[in-house]
Design a protein around this ligand. Structure first.
Ligand SMILES: *Cc1c(COP(=O)(O)O)cnc(C)c1O
Length: 248
């Protein structure tokens, strides 16, 4: 594909996704500023990612530290936010902190402990999201919903990580009625944490919804939707490759 063809395709797709977001926001009686688009760019070349950035997008999500690093030559100096949304192994912490502005996949006590040590060593803070496994599928990462509050308390006890919100990957199903409970559960955990003063108003984001289910997520209160396929096209590897241990 020539540069011109893929640029036109990506921009057309981006417009369609924005229209979908807008309709969903309207249906939910919410306002457009309440929902941010994060471009999920795993396997997408830095050149293609730059197309959406040139079109004004500012929020990018990567699943692999290696890809964050490889695309840094082109994206590292741009005025964008690069979030890490993949499974994070503790031996990659040092590297991910070099390239990511935020880690959305904080999901277990040992990761929290090691992140804290490294942040203390670097004498800095980090924005994070707590990833919750709301679909109860073993193939997905994320803290068990029953353990989420305890993990939030643990993170707060350190003080090096600022919780910006919660993140989840919903159940994969074409039927919105089956997907909805995942998103609703994330919202309920967020609301409970807000009520108990464990999260603040600016730490109450809900990162949920992807190409197939962003409408359902927005109806349930998503403030960030993470979209890849609908903008950049189908990927070569199945998502399981990114969502379990061997993928990293
Ligand atoms: C790949 C990915 C997305 C985007 O999924 P699409 O179906 O391609 O829109 C969102 N979130 C996470 C964590 C991902 O790995």
């Amino acid at each position: 594909m020539t540069t011109e063809t893929y640029t036109a395709d990506i921009l057309a797709n981006l417009n369609l996704v924005k229209q979908r977001i807008q309709s969903a926001v309207k249906m939910a009686g919410r306002s457009t500023e309440d929902v941010q688009l994060l471009l999920a760019t795993k396997t997408v070349s830095a050149e293609k990612v730059k197309v959406v950035i040139d079109a004004g997008e500012t929020l990018i999500g990567e699943n692999k530290v290696q890809e964050l690093k490889e695309k840094d030559y082109l994206l590292g100096t741009l005025p964008i936010q690069r979030h890490f949304i993949g499974h994070l192994q503790t031996n990659k912490i040092k590297d991910v902190l070099k390239y990511a502005h935020c880690i959305q996949s904080v999901d277990r006590p040992d990761l929290v402990e090691k992140l804290d040590s490294r942040l203390q060593y670097e004498n800095r803070f980090l924005d994070i999201f707590v990833q919750v496994n709301t679909s109860f599928e073993e193939s997905k990462f994320g803290v068990h919903p029953d353990e989420a509050i305890r993990l939030i308390e643990k993170i707060r006890s350190y003080g090096t990580m600022r919780i910006k919100g919660l993140m989840t990957i919903g159940l994969f199903d074409a039927d919105p009625e089956k997907v909805k409970p995942s998103f609703r559960l994330l919202r309920e955990i967020r609301d409970a944490a807000l009520r108990d003063g464990l999260l603040s108003k600016d730490g109450a984001a809900l990162s949920m919804g992807m190409s197939g289910d962003l409408e359902t997520a927005i109806a349930e209160g998503a403030t960030i939707v993470r979209v890849g396929t609908s903008i950049f096209g189908k990927r070569q590897y199945p998502d399981a490759y990114y969502w379990n241990e061997k993928g990293n």
